[in-house]
Design a protein around this ligand. Structure first.
Ligand SMILES: [Zn+2]
Ligand SMILES: [Zn+2]
Length: 542
């Protein structure tokens, strides 16, 4: 699916659940989303980028109970933590909100009311896990057991170790209480349901036209084709958005979490324009393109529940869902208890954020699993950033500064223009296909070309060969500076801070963050003073 350039684009990134610190697994979604936004802006699109903290649901309540504080106190702490991490990593949201905001409460109530009015919600009895020892019902994460679909161990609302399917209350087998560990029993309880089954035909058609990555579409289609169970949308909790007319029930966290995308758009646009209705062109009037970046673990929620809710309540539908593969650590699944985890704040104490941004996209293609290891991180930094690109910049700028001090005179050769043109095309098509690895590989190839062009022309010999030699030498240098300029523009999306540094070394005075792709083929101006070159990247020692 080609994103139309004449419409504004809203890019969202999945909401981090704020009951713990950010680890590098989280970043697999946020960093590529940020790269995508930066590239689309360079391509001339009008892009808005929002996300926020997911603040409701049982894990936060459990974690508050364990610490003897309120859920509100848990979210304040980690909301601030995630905001800080995104700032340090230059993941530049236009707006980062949180789902406990008044706007989100109001928007969720509105959508649930519309679903009720349109006949999509009914009252029913379910078998809910109940712990006789603790004397309480066990919603979602309060219960653990076995997945009825694949037999792996699962949480109350999700098969997190196995097939990844969302589980309805009462579906889990051999339920145990998470608090006391005892066997739970099932008791009947009254809840509200969304008639998800009646959206089957709509979803099959919708998924056929949905843009984004194939893994999202295909995974969702498979579950829709099998059979959709109606969806229990209420829980017995104090913490959350109240179900209309029921003080004892809140809506399930997966109802109000994605509605956060709408609430954040409302909050941002109202503050920006003063117009309370500005959000409507994105979510009601179909005048914009909405692209969701998520992880593969929440495809079910974004490709099944979410479009059904939007459709049922009369809202516009997202155009694309982009699902990144999960991150493993040395071949193992993330586990805080086993220590198989890399915390982002600890990482940033030792390494530059841009090296992590680069690694996350260069290591494996977006939809595939990424297996993090310190060896592979060191390899990417040392063999690519230091040896290919960093070397090109340092070597050429040092030579140019020493012999010319400014960008020398000369014409850009056809060969160089062609190489840049080809890279530009490869990069655009890679970004449009969410192939971020192909994007950085193409740019690294251009840096390789720069190194071999400089090597082949031997300007260090030319400089000693009189006026004619010096003139030819200057032209060679100018051509390589043109290549470096192009690489900076392209890689700004991936390594914004480092490219700002390189841009300054080139003596450029405009803002590398807002330069458009059209600039790639504009010849670098002769006569601008080059700045003192410094090494852009340090070698990683293990
Ligand atoms: Zn399963
Ligand atoms: Zn119990």
């Amino acid at each position: 699916m080609k994103i139309p350039i004449e419409k504004p684009v809203l890019v969202t990134s999945a909401l981090p659940y704020v009951n713990g610190e950010c680890h590098i697994g989280h970043l697999r979604t946020y960093v590529p989303a940020d790269i995508y936004v930066r590239m689309f802006r360079k391509m001339g699109y009008d892009v808005t980028f929002v996300s926020g903290s997911d603040t409701h649901g049982t894990p936060i309540v459990l974690s508050a109970e364990a610490q003897g504080i309120t859920p509100g106190e848990v979210i304040v702490k980690y909301h601030a933590h995630f905001k800080q991490v995104f700032k340090e990593l230059h993941v530049d949201f236009d707006y980062y909100g949180q789902t406990d905001s008044e706007t989100n409460h109001r928007r969720t109530e509105d959508i649930v009311m519309k679903l009720i009015e349109n006949g999509h919600v009914y009252k029913g009895e379910i078998k809910q896990a109940f712990c006789t020892t603790c004397g309480r019902f066990l919603p979602d994460r309060y219960v653990e057991g076995t997945c009825p679909y694949c037999g792996e161990s699962a949480r109350g609302d999700e098969c997190d170790q196995g097939c990844g399917k969302h589980l309805e209350p009462g579906e889990i087998m051999e339920p145990r209480c998470k608090i006391c560990g005892n066997e739970a029993e099932f008791k009947d309880q009254e809840h509200f349901f969304l008639k998800l089954s009646s959206f089957t035909d709509f979803l099959l058609d919708y998924l056929d036209t949905l843009g984004g990555t194939l893994n999202a579409r295909n995974y969702a289609k498979e579950w829709v084709k099998k059979e959709l169970l109606d969806w229990c949308i209420t829980r017995n909790l104090e913490w959350g958005v109240k179900f209309p007319g029921r003080e004892d029930l809140v809506v399930y966290v997966w109802v109000d979490a994605p509605i956060g995308y709408i609430a954040f758009t409302e909050e941002l646009l109202a503050a920006r324009s003063g117009d309370e209705n500005a959000w409507r062109r994105f979510w009601k009037e179909d005048k914009a393109t909405v692209v969701h970046f998520i992880g593969t673990d929440i495809i079910y929620h974004h490709c099944i529940f979410w479009p059904a809710m939007l459709k049922g309540a009369g809202y516009s539908l997202p155009a694309a869902v982009v699902a990144s593969g999960m991150v493993k650590i040395d071949g193992k699944k993330f586990s805080k208890s086993r220590g198989d985890v890399v915390w982002v704040t600890e990482f940033l104490e030792r390494f530059h954020p841009d090296t992590l941004r680069y690694y996350l996209v260069a290591q494996s293609s977006h939809t595939k699993e990424l297996d993090f290891s310190w060896q592979s991180f060191a390899m990417r930094v040392n063999k690519e950033l230091v040896a290919i690109f960093g070397n090109l910049v340092y070597r050429v700028l040092s030579f140019a500064s020493k012999n010319f001090g400014v960008v020398p005179d000369g014409d850009i050769e056809e060969e160089v223009f062609e190489a840049i043109k080809k890279t530009k095309e490869e990069v655009i098509s890679a970004v449009e296909d969410y192939e971020f690895k192909k994007f950085v590989d193409a740019v690294m190839k251009l840096a390789d070309f720069g190194n071999s062009y400089f090597q082949r022309e031997e300007p260090w010999h030319l400089i000693k060969q009189g006026d004619q030699g010096r003139e030819r030498c200057g032209a060679i240098v100018k051509n390589v500076l043109q290549l470096i300029k192009a690489i900076c523009i392209l890689l700004e999306a991936v390594m914004p801070a480092k490219m700002e540094e390189a841009w300054q070394q080139l003596g450029m005075e405009n803002d590398v963050h807002t330069v458009q792709l059209d600039e790639l083929l504009v010849p670098i101006e002769s006569g601008i003073a080059l700045k003192e070159p410094g090494r852009l990247f340090e070698k990683v020692e293990l």
